[in-house]
Write a protein that binds this ligand. Sequence first.
Ligand code: SF4
Ligand code: SF4
Length: 338
Amino acid sequence: MQHSTAPHELALSKGIWVKLICGASNEDLPSISDLCAVYAVAGVHCVDVAADMAVVNAARQGLKWAESQIGVRPWLMVSISDGKDIHFRKAAFDPQLCPEECSRPCQKICPAEAITNTGGIIADKCYGCGRCLPICPLGLIKEKENHLKIEQFAEFLVEAKPDAVEIHTAPGRSREFEASVKAIVESNIPLKRIAVSCGLEGFSINPNELAQELWKRHECLCRYQQKPIWQLDGRPMSGDIGKGTAKSSISLWKSLRAIAPPGPLQLAGGTNATTIDHIDTKIGLAGIAFGGKARTLIQPYLNEAQEQKKKLINCSDGWNKALKEAKELINPWLIEDF
Ligand code: SF4
Ligand code: SF4
């Protein structure tokens, strides 16, 4: 197993770790490259992307550019799942079936601007948040699973060579989790960490039972000599909805911090700029991951750049504004305990 030194490991140990989640199903390549560049320069320690070579290449492009500017590069993490998981899906509908008079509520609710004025869903832009699924009055929008199969893990990892992998798991899936870890380890790609993403939403278990599940994952990772990050997924893919979503992962952390297995505990799912206001100490907390909120903050600048047929890194005004927004979101987390 390869061990890393500062600043990434140091950030985990000091509670100042910040990760950008590009989205386990987000394949919007131009945006991913620029998002990675902006947040890398702003100071994140890791970017987490879909397990797809085109996405990995786009992310690497942004990270390489950032490294040329600031001399350091965040870890590249890829997300996989050990079973069905809402992070790994796409929405789809046939636009031919839509009545002309429909006011297109699906389009209005989509945070990724993935639904076009007259057509259907741009699959690359859809990251599976699910908000459009119940809103169609005709029930036209369906979800489709979109995840790498376990037998594809090793080949993908050999090509992608990420620094870290995240496994989305769920209660009752310890056997599937172990099979995923085994496939990852058999790829012989040295990983600095395996993040384990899990939460309570959608499951009728309590925090004690979730902790027991995490202990099983811990025991498995120890057997395969892998180091974890425990990603506490409060309210998945909701950080851009409103301030209230921030409380979910904090309450999960508070109920798990005394009973979770060893390893860094990191917030995710519903995190936004107000998350920091709900905690009075970072003791026992390794850091945070920002997903939807981080992306929607930068979206207007990405749109402007794309309208000019440029990359955001080549639009000085837009770049400076985007970087300011990114720094405002993550800077409070780069301060050691308060
Ligand atoms: S609302 Fe969410 S699930 Fe629906 S198209 Fe947009 S990103 Fe995809
Ligand atoms: S809400 Fe339904 S009917 Fe209306 S545009 Fe969207 S998918 Fe079509």
